[in-house]
Structure formats: structure tokens, C-alpha cells
Design a protein around this ligand. Structure first.
Ligand code: FER
Length: 302
């Protein structure tokens, strides 16, 4: 059941001033440290990792009453969480965008947790992307959502399932590969997805482009298994019109459109759960991610 109205899905250009400065009031970027393990192997070596966290203006650690939507955001190849959020205490084009969208009430204040599929035990980016969900669900979410005020009243399985409509996942390029994987395998904990500039690799590298029908069928099969249906998820996918990933993403979306028991393509999420936003004048770069986040975030949550 849709519990709120959404703006239309069609691309709008973000105002220049949203990207340039945040004005006087702005959120802050902090660091969140956690421990994880090698989910390919079976030894107990502990690995230290961190996420960069955007906390919106006014976020108060001690205010027990207020809760925030949370977006997990993941980077592409040869990058780190700094690509989005700079570092502790930084302001970047992404924080400017978030501050501006919150101030202008395009979105509710939210927490962003910029995570990484990089690790010390495996150098294969593709494998790491398809395995990241174990680290996310077992090591990041329980600690993170205990520490920060998300809608998870408990950080056990049930707490995450009950708060899934207040949790989104997005990633760019290789991070989109992760996002499609989370859609397939973590739908009980996430209801909203923004895959940016990348296709689904469940059936192999760039298989969304080379085997679109099989890839779409695989995603739909995993989603059907969960028992969640069309009304329980939204996918706002996007890329640039001159993006090297566009020839991989668009065929996959076209194939997904045909599986109308699982995906309903629509111009407003009132009428369905799938959209592809192709940003004019955009390539395979941060500008595209910023334009898709500007367009996608107002369609998330609730
Ligand atoms: C795509 C998904 C991911 C794609 C490229 C990537 C060209 C990532 C490439 C890299 O980081 O090396 O659809 O299309």
C-alpha cells in the first residue's frame, strides 16, 4: 500500500545553487567505524572498516523521539565513500545537494551512510559487489542503526523488516551492481532502490546488457520468492544519456518492463514501481549520480 503521494518521475535538472553551496545551516559528515569478516572464507579474522555518514542539520544524538529515514550509498570502481562525502567534516556537491533538498522540503531530513565494497581480503571488485550484502546486514546495519536514529526500533531481524519503508539503497556504477543485488536479496529490509549508471551482474559482468531477459527474470524470481509485491518496492534507476553503462542498463529495464507481475513501469510511483531516468548531457561520472539522486530521493520512503 502506498501511504503517500510522490512527485512525477520525469527528469528535472537540479538548480545550480543546490550544488554550489549549502548556506548557513548544513548537515555534517562523520566517520562510523565497524568490524567485519571475510564472507568468502571461513576464518575468524576481524577486519576494521568505516563508513562516512551524513547527519542532517539539527540531528541531535540525545533526542530519543525523532527518527530519520536512512539511505545506504555505495561508490563505483576505483573509488571510496569519500567520492560522495569527502571526509569527516567535509562539504561536497553531494552534501550541498542534500542540505538544499532538505531546506527546500523536497525531502525529509535523512541520514546517509556511505559504505564501501572494498576490503582487505579480496581484490575482485565484481565478487565483492555481489557479496557485500552479508557485511551490510550482519556487521553494518546492526551497529549503525543502534548508533544513529533510524526507524529501526530494534536492530534485530524484525526491527529491520518493520522499518523497511524507511530504508533505501543506492549506488553508482559498481555500486549499482551492489544495489541490484540488494534488491534481489535484501528486500525484507529495504523498500527503495536507486541504481545509478550500472546494470545487474547476477548472471555475469554487464549481463543486464548482454542477457537482459534472463537478468530481469532472475531478479523477478528472487523478488517473487520473498512474497513482497509490486506495491512493496520502488526502483528509480538512472544513468546519463552518454553514459557507458546506458547500453547495459536500458535493455535490462526494457526486459523488466515486460515482467508485469513484478515490475510496473510508470511515470509516477502512484501507478507502479519502476522508472529509468536518463539524464540529458550526462556521462559516467559524479554529475550523473548527483542528478539522479536529486530526482530519485523525493520518490523514496513511506
Ligand atoms: C556497468 C556497470 C558497472 C558498466 C560499468 C560498470 C560499462 C563499472 C565499471 C568499472 O567500475 O570498472 O553497466 O557499464
Amino acid at each position: 500500500m502506498k501511504s503517500r503521494e510522490f512527485p512525477d518521475n520525469a527528469y528535472c535538472k537540479p538548480p545550480e545553487e543546490y550544488l554550489e553551496s549549502s548556506g548557513s545551516s548544513h548537515g555534517r559528515v562523520v566517520r562510523f567505524n565497524y568490524k567485519t569478516k571475510d564472507y568468502f572464507g571461513d576464518d575468524d579474522t576481524v577486519y576494521n572498516k568505516y563508513a562516512l555518514v551524513y547527519l542532517p542539520d539539527g540531528y541531535d544524538e540525545n533526542d530519543n523521539g525523532k527518527r530519520y529515514n536512512v539511505l545506504y550509498l555505495i561508490h563505483g570502481g576505483a573509488c571510496t565513500p569519500e567520492w560522495y562525502l569527502g571526509g569527516e567534516g567535509s562539504q561536497t556537491v553531494v552534501t550541498h545537494l542534500l542540505n538544499s533538498m532538505i531546506r527546500n522540503k523536497l525531502i525529509e531530513p535523512l541520514i546517509v551512510c556511505a559504505v564501501s565494497w572494498l576490503n582487505e581480503y579480496c581484490e575482485d571488485a565484481g565478487r565483492n559487489c555481489l557479496n557485500f550484502r552479508y557485511e551490510l546486514v550482519n556487521d553494518i546495519m546492526p551497529e549503525f542503526e543502534k548508533r544513529y536514529r533510524t526507524y529501526a526500533e530494534n536492530t534485530d531481524e524484525q526491527g529491520f523488516v518493520q522499518s523497511r519503508k524507511h530504508r533505501a539503497f543506492s549506488g553508482y556504477s559498481m555500486g549499482a551492481v551492489v544495489t541490484w543485488n540488494i534488491l534481489g536479496y535484501c528486500l525484507d529490509k529495504f523498500a527503495y532502490f536507486i541504481p545509478m549508471s550500472g546494470d545487474c551482474w547476477e548472471l555475469g559482468t554487464t549481463a543486464g546488457g548482454s542477457s537482459p531477459d534472463d537478468t530481469a527474470a532472475e531478479l523477478a524470481r528472487e523478488i517473487r520468492k520473498t512474497g513482497y509485491s509490486i506495491d512493496d518496492l520502488c526502483v528509480y534507476a538512472g544513468c546519463g544519456d552518454s553514459d557507458i553503462a546506458e547500453p547495459n542498463l536500458t535493455p535490462q529495464i526494457e526486459a523488466m518492463k515486460k515482467l508485469t507481475d513484478t515490475f510496473i513501469y510508470c511515470n509516477n510511483f502512484r501507478d507502479g514501481n519502476l522508472y529509468e531516468c536518463i539524464c540529458p548531457g550526462c556521462g559516467h561520472d559524479l554529475k550523473t549520480a548527483v542528478h539522479i539522486l536529486y530526482n530519485g530521493l523525493p520518490k523514496m520512503f513511506g
